[in-house]
Every structure is written in C-alpha cells, then in structure tokens.
Design a binder for this molecule. Structure first.
Ligand code: ATP
Ligand code: MG
Length: 576
C-alpha cells in the first residue's frame, strides 16, 4: 500500500473526549472515528487490525471444532418473551418496530436465536455435541458508553454456543473453549489472566472471565502468586475473619456527633479506628428496602450482595426514602432499632464488640453497639470486597490485586435456555432430554483497544506483529533523491510481491513527519532508505518495539526481512 493512497488521517493533538490511551491513540493514529456515543467507524487501518484479530479467533474456534454461522442482528420480540428476557434486559436493549408494528430488538447477545435454531434442527443425540459461533456486531444501549472501543454501544463480538448431551459433555466443551481463549489472547500478544467470575444476567452457574491486565481496566481482580487462584472481586471469597476483641460489651450509649457523617469524620471525632464502625447502606432490591452492613474499613461489593439477595435490580436507595424509613439522613443511620427493614450483615460484623453506628437521629451516633445484643440480622453473608494482602482461599498465601479489561467470558449455562425454549434431543432409548448448553464471548473490538492499552509508548502504538495493520513501513529519507526513490520503490514492489504487508511512504512530506507518524501508527518494522543506501548499499532497519537501528545490505534484503518477520512471529505461535 502506498501511503499517498491510504486513508489514515492522523491527528497531532489528543482529542479532548479521549480519557484513556487506547482511545487517544486509535483516534490519533487514524484507526477509528466516532459516529455517535459508543458507535465507531473503522477506517482502513482499524479494519485491518480487527480482521487480524478475527482471523486468529476464527482459527482457534475452528481448531476447537466450532462451525461458523451468521445469525440475524434483528431479532423478533417473541423469542425474547419466550425466554423471559424481553423484560429483564431493560433499557440496555435497543428496540424497534417494523411497519406492521411488530416488535424487534437489535441483538445484544444470541442465546435465544441460536437455541431456537437448534430446537428446530437438532432432535437426536447423534447430532450432538455441536459448537456454533459467529463474529458480528452486538448492540447494547450501555448506561455509560466510554473509553472508545472498550465500552461501545455497537461493538464486535465473537460468540460461540455449545450444545451437549449432558454435564460431562459441557465440561469438555467448556475446557476446549477455555483453552481456545487462552490461545487467542496469547496469539494477540496480550498479558492476560483467566479469573473466576460472576455469571450475571446471562445466567448459569460456572464462569470465567479472561482479563487483559491494564490500569485502565474497569474490573478489579485478586490473584494468588503461590497457586493459580484468581477471581474477579465480584465473587472472590473473603476468608480472613477477625479475632473476637478481648473486650467486654459495654452499655449502649448515644453520643452527639454534629455534622460528622463520613467514616473519617466520625473516627476522628470519636477517636476510634474505622474497623470499629458499622457502615449501614440502604438498597432497593427489586423495589424493596434492605440494609447492608459492612465494617467502616471495608467496601461493600454490590454484585455479591445482589447474588445473595437473588434480585434483578439493586440500586442504592434514594436518600429521601432512607430518611423516611430510618428517621435520619444518610450519615446518621444504623442498624439499631430499624423497624421492618431486613439487615444483611457482612461476615465480620458479628465479631464486632462495642462498635459505632448511626443512631437513626440526625447529629447522633451510638457507641458500644454489640451485634446480636442490639440488633438482629436477616442473614450474615459474604458481601465485602476482598483486598490485596488477604489470604488466598485456596492456599492461604497473600493475594495480590490488579485491574483488568474483560476481553472474554465463558459460561456454563446448563439447561437454562434449552428448557424454557424447548431445545431437546432424544437419546438412544427414545427418551427426551433438554440440551445442555454453554456460551462463550470475546469482545473483538474491545480486544483491539486492550492491546493498545498494553502495547504503546509516548510516541504511539506498538502493535504486536500478529495483529499489526501492516508489518513493514518503508520510509525514504528524501524522495527528491532519484537514487533513494528508485531503491524504495523497488523494495516496496519486491516485498509486496513476496506477500509481505508493507506500506511505502511515498508522500511528498518531510521524513521527520513520516517517522513520527510511523511511530504513532505503530508499524512493527521500519525500513529507512537514505543517503547511505545510495553510497554504501545499505538500509536502516528498526523494530518499533526496540531502540536500536541496524544497517542491512540491499543484497538479499527481501529474504532478510522475511526471516526477521518470521522470527518475530514465533513469539505469537502457540507452545506445545
Ligand atoms: P461488561 O461486564 O464489560 O459489561 P458483559 O459481561 O456484559 O461485559 P458479555 O455478555 O460477557 O459482556 O459479552 C462478552 C464479551 O463482549 C465481554 O467479555 C466483552 O469483552 C465484550 N463486551 C461486552 N460489552 C461490551 C461493550 N459494551 N463494548 C465492547 N465490548 C463489550
Ligand atoms: Mg462478561
């Protein structure tokens, strides 16, 4: 490709709307452009990277026995009503009507459509197992589309669905996908970690997320450096329990704490440590008011709480509703004397002796609060967020914490969809069973952004060779120099003919600008044709990822470059 013909509009300035590096660099490098919030156009360079990632995924899905299909993006409401998710999906679903006023949605995911397909096409045990996948746009009207390709409203996903006879078959399919996902992310050059995960609205009961480690990641995970335990904090088990304090319960007392609302303020005012405090958080769980209790030095994890409550919607209660129910504003509420509101206490709460809590009276707190004696709970449950340094639930070594971008997730669905939608098979003895399913998603466009989050420097992107839009860029130091131009043109033709993905920067621009743009775009290998090419017959070759530049003779250069590329590509090959 000649740079003079390539539509790669680079930007010198960082666009103000882009908060994180991948968003900034993908815009600046001319890979993507925004069409609306969370909706992007892929320019030629962006499309090429996406296609490379898709191809890696396709190869690994096929290797694992997957068969590619294309399912409709526009899906009839009836199917979603059958599964019960037309309601559940809520505002995240893009809905539309046809001219006959029939309702449809733009597919946020495809369990319904594919289960309906399988229910009509698969009847016998002889047709199973089956792994079907597609790579296609998904539509989710996210509450906060942001970070460019990381959280879009239109985004590319690979989704695979497995259909098995029984749980054992599902275990095998799951294992195959787990391995295939590891292969995909390795080949994309990502530093990633599979973690135990919550199964969320999709349902099912066993799940892993694949996390690309990155500071910009929205997910928080804990992992063990000694064993292979790793989990999203949304499900990571809290194992550390405090020792009971060597203190005798003292009589409950109300104290004035005017204007002291936050944990820090109260602790300073009353001269206590935050682990003595009982934080009382009011939530509306499917509309019902509940209160959750965690220690002042802890964070509540809403996903854990929601899982215990087994509710669809969990939101922090409106301050006015709290005021009405507790008789005091948020900041002065506590568990003692609350009427008719179920209390869910974290595992650590019962160990508190002489704790501090809001008095349900503005400007007052209670001291010497003793759980059990002073209030009763509906349940004692693990609802706090596990933190770095706590013991690994498997081996006891201290856990480490990291941020991650969820690039993929695998779920065991079981018969959740097959039973409601009636996808059954008949076994050898003529008996009917629901098909046992799994589903497996990769955020393809999100993966592209995650790679940039991990692979960049101050100058721009450093694409791993396996997913780079082009592998090589040729830059002539001076196009006006006939000798240089001829060599550069010749090399370009030869490399292109040899099947190397090469850009020849033939634009009438300063060489300095070409170097800057090549670094921004992130071509893995740069070949500079300069004065010395004409005088001593060498070009300068430099990897984007390294500092040093090496002269190479023109003689046999194409073969030499091919060897360099092949050697670099080894990094992204699978081992074993
Ligand atoms: P998240 O928790 O980030 O909202 P999810 O768990 O809802 O994602 P899944 O239904 O598991 O997403 O979808 C499979 C994959 O699709 C995710 O692992 C992620 O990589 C990708 N993905 C999901 N939502 C988005 C989005 N809004 N933009 C880009 N990629 C997404
Ligand atoms: Mg997910």
């Amino acid at each position: 490709m000649r740079a003079s013909e390539l539509l790669a509009p680079t930007l010198r300035e960082t666009p103000a709307e882009a908060e994180i590096v991948s968003h900034q660099l993908l815009l600046r490098g001319g890979f993507i452009r925004k069409a609306a919030a969370g909706i992007y156009t892929y320019l030629p360079l962006g499309r090429r990277v996406l296609a490379k990632i898709e191809q890696i995924i396709r190869e690994e899905m096929d290797r694992a026995g997957g068969q590619e299909v294309v399912l409709p993006i526009i899906q009839p409401a009836e199917l979603w009503q059958e599964s019960g998710r037309w309601e559940v999906y809520g505002e995240e679903m893009f809905r539309l009507q046809d001219r006959h006023r029939r309702q449809f949605c733009l597919g946020p995911t495809h369990e319904e459509i594919i289960t309906a397909l399988v229910r009509s096409e698969v009847t016998s045990y002889k047709q199973l197992p089956l792994l079907l996948y597609q790579i296609q746009n998904k539509y989710r009207d996210e509450r906060r589309p942001r970070f460019g390709l990381l959280r879009g409203r239109e985004f590319v996903m690979k989704d695979l669905y497995s259909f098995d006879l029984d749980q054992e078959g599902l275990n095998q399919s799951y294992q195959k996908m787990y391995q295939a996902y590891s292969n995909v992310f390795r080949r994309c050059g990502l530093d990633f970690r599979p973690v135990q995960a919550d199964s969320g609205a999709i349902g099912g009961n066993y799940s892993h997320e694949f996390m690309a480690l990155a500071a910009a990641g929205e997910a928080l995970l804990v992992y063990c450096r000694e064993c292979d335990y790793a989990a999203n904090v949304e499900i990571a088990e809290a194992r550390a329990l405090p020792k009971a304090a060597a203190e005798n319960p003292a009589p409950l007392k109300e104290v004035a704490t005017p204007g002291q609302k936050t944990v820090t303020e109260i602790c300073t005012f009353l001269q206590v440590t935050p682990d003595k405090l009982i934080k009382t958080l009011f939530y509306e769980a499917d509309g019902q008011l509940i209160a959750a209790l965690v220690r002042g030095d802890r964070e509540l994890n809403e996903v854990k709480l929601q899982n215990h409550l087994n509710c669809r919607h969990l939101v922090l209660a409106d301050p006015e509703r709290v005021m009405k129910a507790a008789g005091a504003p948020v900041g002065f509420v506590g568990p003692v004397g609350l009427q008719g509101i179920p209390l869910y206490a974290d595992l650590e709460i019962p160990y508190l002796v002489n704790g501090v809590a809001g008095a349900n009276r503005e400007g007052y707190h209670l001291v010497n609060v003793n759980p059990g004696r002073d209030f009763k709970t509906a349940a004692v449950v693990d609802i706090r967020q596990v933190e770095a340094g706590e013991p690994c639930p498997r081996c006891g070594a201290p856990l480490a914490q990291a941020r991650g971008i969820e690039v993929g997730q695998v779920f065991q669905l079981g018969t959740k969809y097959s039973s409601v939608l009636g996808a059954k098979y008949t076994d050898a003895r003529g008996q009917e069973h629901p098909i046992v399913m799994g589903c497996y998603g990769i955020g393809v466009s999100r993966t592209m952004a995650a790679i940039v989050e991990q692979c960049h420097d101050d100058q721009g992107i450093i694409w791993p060779l396996s997913v780079a839009p082009y592998q090589v860029v040729i830059i002539p130091a001076s196009l006006k120099d006939d000798g240089q131009r001829e060599v550069a043109e010749g090399l370009y033709r030869e490399l292109a003919a040899a099947g190397v993905e090469v850009v020849y920067d033939d634009r009438d621009e300063r060489a300095g600008l070409k170097f800057v743009e090549a670094d921004l775009i992130g071509y893995p290998l740069r070949v500079t044709v300069g004065k010395r090419t004409v005088t001593s017959g060498t070009v300068d070759v430099k990897w984007r990822s390294r500092k040093e530049e090496t002269p190479l003779p023109l003689e046999g250069l194409t073969a030499q470059i091919q060897t360099l590329l092949a050697r670099e590509m080894e990094k992204y090959r699978l081992r074993g």
